[in-house]
Design a protein around this ligand. Sequence first.
Ligand code: AMP
Ligand code: MN
Ligand code: MN
Ligand code: MN
Length: 315
Amino acid sequence: MIPVRSRHGDAPAKYPGPARNRRPERPRLPYSAPMIDLHSHSTCSDGALPPAQLLERAAAAGLRALALTDHDTTAGLEEAAAAARTHRIRLVPGIEFSAAWRSQSIHVLGLWIDPDAAVLRTAVAAQLDRRRRRIRAICERLTHKGLPGDRLLAMVEARATLPTRAHLADALVEAGCVREPRDAFRVHLGRGRAAHVAADWPTLTEIVGWIVAAGGTASLAHPTRYPLSATARNRLLTDFRDAGGRALEIGCGGNAAHHLDACAALARRYGLDATVGSDFHGPRMPWNPLGRLAKLPDGVIPAWRGRGIGDDEDG
Ligand code: AMP
Ligand code: MN
Ligand code: MN
Ligand code: MN
């Protein structure tokens, strides 16, 4: 496994930027016919499209099933379910939880969850609280740096039901403090920068426990995106599996072939099923469209098998 480290500490493979800014491309992947996308965001977290528009777009892209996996919230699932019925596409109810493992933030997808489960309702309320406190603390730091922290906080709070650093990055662009959201992370918000505030996320074990208690499948999101050594990654996978984790996201957005093969090897070694997802955040990132997903390598078991949405199944 090649750990993907970022030059900017917090901006790994996920945010390569538009193609014109990138180094010469790695070999292209054989993309499967778009079918199932198990990772996407709406305006209920830091995505650009409301849930109904997201489902409409997914149907237009020829997807058979889409999971809405907003950061730490299930607020969009009702609207998404209604739109899914209209557009004759299957909605997989999901969430992308932020968790702490040692000193690393880890993202865990909860798929096929029951959003009405009491344990989830309590969990999302607590996550929202954490996020609000964190954004306030970051804005205080921005004020100490001579930036308009109060105004930035007001901008984020006016727009975001679930505030993320992505919203704050947009506010920094709009206030003329930086040119692009990426610069906001590079200069102010990323790890090691003056306005960085570590989040106090619940532990990986707690989060996986909640997903399981809500009837869901826990999938460790984009495993190559964390700056971990191979040894640490193996410990993470062991802890995740021991906590009740069932799947690994082995294809995420434009993952290169070597990531895919490395993730598939991890899934096989740890007995985890596979999920695939674009991590779509909106049309503003055209290099990461809905449903552009690599084919599953041989020897891994799709986590959606038996749920009536696969290649070999009806429905
Ligand atoms: P948070 O969950 O509040 O820490 O915010 C993290 C969100 O910010 C991620 O889910 C991404 O959508 C976005 N993000 C993180 N790093 C970057 C980056 N370097 N450039 C652009 N967006 C980023
Ligand atoms: Mn995001
Ligand atoms: Mn993520
Ligand atoms: Mn995501």
